[in-house]
Design a protein around this ligand. Structure first.
Ligand SMILES: Nc1ncnc2c1ncn2[C@@H]1O[C@H](COP(=O)(O)OP(=O)(O)OP(=O)(O)O)[C@@H](O)[C@H]1O
Ligand SMILES: [Mg+2]
Length: 260
């Protein structure tokens, strides 16, 4: 299946710093984060350091409770670490005033959350249109055209009028993915984006994320348990008890060759 669309993956407006592969676009340096006090204290991240690059899709794996969602939240500016730094496109993210952090997230980041976070009152198409209309000032007609194109890519064209309460879990998940990718973000953080999908739809979603990385130079970080995603990843990280290790994907001999 071809998921390529010149319209959706245009490189217009792409910051010069990203995607050239030399400099990391996102750096996590000695990140630590704990929750609770005393006996109930949990160390979710324990001095985690990683460099991510534009044009790559990185996979973050690890057992439940190992700190994956916490790491995503810290790297994406949603959860302040206890110590350590995040450098995003050369900016020290956690040193910015809150308002500028928000502006950075709005401008550069797409999120796919574990719980979808869709707006109950909006249809599938409206959830996507909103990103372009209010985030980027697109005209109603343009927002509609691009939203319909994205829903078609996600196999949701005939469901564009449904509201979240009328959608299945997998359909909600696909809308959340479409919404995250609509604005061609420099960074996409996806927490279990295929957990509610059968493999045919899951593979389609991973292909979309790969396209965003490989054709647009986006930096993609995906949390997933499903080992079938490994061959699609450029890099694989493993988190256990808050400690991060990178695995050697080339050694596994399963990596899917570039098709584009
Ligand atoms: N807001 C919070 N308050 C207290 N503890 C928390 C909070 N958020 C996370 N934790 C704890 O931190 C640890 C890491 O949680 P996290 O959600 O990052 O794990 P995860 O790897 O994403 O797990 P899963 O695969 O189940 O989603 C867990 O022990 C969790 O209970
Ligand atoms: Mg999680």
């Amino acid at each position: 299946m071809s998921t390529t669309s010149p319209l959706l993956w245009s490189t217009e407006g792409r910051p010069e710093q990203m995607g050239d592969g030399d400099e990391p676009t996102l750096r996590g340096i000695e990140l630590s984060r704990s929750f609770g006090d005393g006996e109930t204290r949990v160390t979710a991240l324990d001095h985690v350091t990683l460099d991510l690059y534009g044009g790559q899709i990185s996979l973050l794996m690890g057992p439940s409770g190992s700190g994956k969602s916490t790491l995503l939240a810290v790297l994406s500016g949603l959860l302040r670490p206890d110590s350590g730094r995040v450098i995003a496109l050369g900016t020290d993210l956690w040193a910015l005033p809150e308002r500028e952090q928000e502006a950075f997230r709005l401008r550069h980041c797409g999120f796919i959350f574990q719980g979808y976070n869709l707006f109950p009152a909006l249809t599938a198409r409206q959830q996507l249109e909103m990103v372009l209309r209010w985030g980027q000032g697109a005209s109603g007609r343009e927002a509609r055209r691009k939203s319909e194109e994205m829903l078609t890519l996600l196999g949701m064209a005939r469901k564009s009028h449904l509201r979240p309460v009328e959608m299945s879990g997998g359909e909600k998940q696909r809308v959340a993915i479409g919404r995250a990718l609509m604005k061609n973000p420099d960074f996409c953080f996806a927490d279990e984006p295929t957990s509610a999908l059968d493999w045919a739809h899951g593979e389609q979603v991973v292909e979309l994320l790969r396209t965003a990385a490989h054709e647009r130079g986006a930096t993609i970080l995906v949390v997933a348990h499903d080992a079938r995603i490994i061959p699609y990843a450029d890099r694989v990280f493993h988190l256990e008890d808050g400690r991060l290790k990178e695995e050697d994907v080339e050694d596994q001999g399963t990596k899917i060759k570039e098709r584009v």
